[in-house]
Design a protein around this ligand. Structure first.
Ligand code: FE2
Ligand code: FE2
Length: 271
């Protein structure tokens, strides 16, 4: 069996979305088969690329150049789904990147269990969204997508706690805030397959935020730091702009994110 770091770099170096997620799911299955057999696979060390390999399409544009369409129309629904697919593909890479990027920090094996599981789930999410797009006679790559999704990874390339603060605890937590509204849009559009896919994503993303919070708190404890203070400092350092209410306080609580972590970083004061 390859080391986990080598597996991660191979996934990051695969350009095609379906091929990337197939490899990702295969390596996750190998990891969990070994773990179920009572093994502790080697983590190893490797050099992940600064930018993961990506397919030629979609064309990547600055967010303000990506055309906006009304979500009440079918083209608008397809554009929204396409944007979700793009986020999921980035998420696959983000999860493998955090595995390979910070191997110099010794972590309990449970950290890797969590991140391999999350990477496997992101791969499933991407495939679910691709299936939905194909069912609507579109495909991932059919429309332009946001450039700059990798910015959070670049900004925190040498700051493990900064990565945990910004990616799972800010960006993925934001997903918990906006997904119920998206589910409503597709329910109204009577696109049941999309509703089902988004419900899977919504349920599993709570876990990803929870992993972020758990391991962030673990590292704070290791270094005897106040988690809330460090979180505020790191988000202000690495995240561009304020957090946007309304927050999904219930799901954030379920994921181990208390209100005093995110409200002080919001652009609107707490109601
Ligand atoms: Fe996801
Ligand atoms: Fe996620």
């Amino acid at each position: 069996m390859k080391t986990l770091a080598n597996m991660a770099v191979e996934v990051l170096s695969t350009a095609d979305g379906r091929a990337k997620t197939a490899l990702s799911r295969d390596y996750a299955a190998q990891w969990f088969a070994a773990r179920a057999a009572g093994e502790t696979p080697e983590i190893g060390a490797a050099t992940p690329p600064l930018h993961p390999a990506r397919p030629e399409k979609p064309e990547l544009l600055s967010p303000r150049d990506v055309p906006r369409r009304r979500p009440g129309s079918r083209p608008g629904q397809i554009a929204l789904l396409h944007a979700v697919g793009h986020i999921e593909l980035n998420a696959v890479d983000l999860h493998w990147d955090i595995i390979a990027r910070f191997t110099d920090v010794k972590m309990p094996i449970g950290f890797y269990d969590d991140w391999v599981k999350a990477a496997d789930e992101e791969s499933k999410h991407f495939n679910l969204i691709c299936d939905c797009l194909e069912d609507l006679d579109s495909f991932y790559g059919d429309l332009p997508a946001h450039a700059g999704m990798w910015r959070a990874a670049e900004d925190t390339v040498d700051d493990f706690m900064g990565r945990l603060a910004v990616v799972p605890m800010v960006l993925e937590a934001r997903g918990l805030d906006v997904t119920p509204g998206m589910i409503d849009i597709f329910r109204k559009a009577k696109l049941d397959q999309v509703v089902e896919a988004l419900e899977v994503i919504y349920a599993e993303e709570v876990g990803h935020v929870a992993y972020g919070s758990k391991w962030f708190h673990f590292l704070c404890g290791r270094h005897d730091l106040d988690p809330k203070e460090v979180f505020h400092k790191l988000v202000r350092k690495y995240f561009h702009g304020a957090l946007k209410p309304p927050f999904n306080e219930e799901k954030r609580a379920e994921a181990g994110l208390p209100p005093d972590f995110y409200w002080p970083l919001a652009d609107d004061p707490r109601p």
